[in-house]
Design a protein around this ligand. Structure first.
Ligand code: HXC
Length: 258
């Protein structure tokens, strides 16, 4: 499939999706968000894809929603079309693991897009921020909710109220990103993490994703029960038998996603 604002490559069961609007710091306009939805839907239905890596350029993962495109919108237009709500649903619907590989700016919608991925690997050049307050708006695709859950209220208030940027190191310390690596190593690290995931049972990986995401949706007791029941259910799979047999026989497991 041809895209104008993305570069998509699928190799070794990994779909690499690169945001590609170099003249606008990968600002998220309607076309890019629609193409991203399409690309994710294609990944979801492609059996060859077992993991997705979402990245930008050295300079910017994405510098937020496209300010030029949205500046003249009216409330009625934004509300009626559920601006950015519709366009970002696909990300949340994707049951395959998505890793964000972030270098440079991840601001506003860019930071929120990264947070919608399953985990973030950051280059030491990455800068995260929710500077929407400078434009007279608040975050629109999860910043106030996700950053608060991931990094806590104080950090989230600080970022949203002052509009300052945080370094990759601060983002890692805050729990926003899982690892920070030298910029040159970013793609190697992200593709390496994706490759590790492709070796697992896709079925089990899906279960992991559902269980971890539940932690943000339900009270602890409900989450613990959901996890335990999933754990029980996986004993019905061939991959559980294979995984445990392989351990006992001191060999590599050959998962079949069943
Ligand atoms: C449209 C953008 C853009 C954006 C950068 N550009 N960010 N265009 N929307 N969000 C464009 C600039 O206009 C410029 O185009 C080119 O990219 C290079 O940017 P510069 O500003 O010249 O580069 P630099 O001085 O290095 O500064 C980089 C920057 C700055 C710090 C990232 O561009 C910046 O502050 N951008 C806006 C960040 C922001 O406020 N994001 C939140 C958006 S609101 P020209 O044509 O002049 O060369 C948001 C709401 C979320 O995301 C809602 C849900 C999606």
């Amino acid at each position: 499939m041809a895209y104008e604002t993305l570069i998509v490559e699928i190799e070794d069961h990994i779909a690499l999706i690169k945001l590609n609007r170099p003249d606008a710091m990968n600002a998220l306009n309607t076309q890019l968000l629609e193409e991203l939805s399409k690309a994710l839907r294609a990944c979801e239905s492609n059996d060859k894809v077992r993991c997705v890596v979402l990245t930008g350029s050295d300079k910017a993962f994405a510098a937020g929603a496209d300010i030029k495109e949205m500046s003249d919108k009216s409330f009625v237009e934004a509300f009626t079309n559920d601006l950015f709500g519709r366009e970002t649903q696909e990300m949340l619907r994707c049951r395959k693991p998505i890793i964000a590989a972030v270098a440079g700016y991840a601001l506003g919608g860019g930071c929120e897009l990264a947070m919608m991925c399953d985990f973030i690997i950051a280059a030491d050049t990455a800068k995260f921020g929710q500077p929407e307050i400078n434009l007279g708006v608040v975050a629109g695709i999860g910043g106030t909710q996700r950053l608060t859950r991931f990094a806590g209220k104080s950090k989230s208030m600080d970022m949203h109220l002052t509009g300052r940027f945080m370094t990759a190191e601060e983002a890692e310390r805050s729990g926003l990103v899982s690892r920070v690596v030298p910029a040159k190593k970013l793609m190697e690290e992200a593709m390496g993490a994706a490759a590790k995931i492709t070796e697992k049972s896709a079925l089990t990986a899906m279960a992991v994703k559902e269980a971890v995401n539940r932690a943000y949706e339900v009270p602890l007791n409900e989450g613990l029960l959901f996890e335990r029941r999933l754990f029980h259910a996986l004993f019905a799979t061939d991959d559980q038998k294979e995984g445990m047999a392989a351990f006992l026989e001191k060999r590599e497991a050959q998962f079949r996603d069943k």
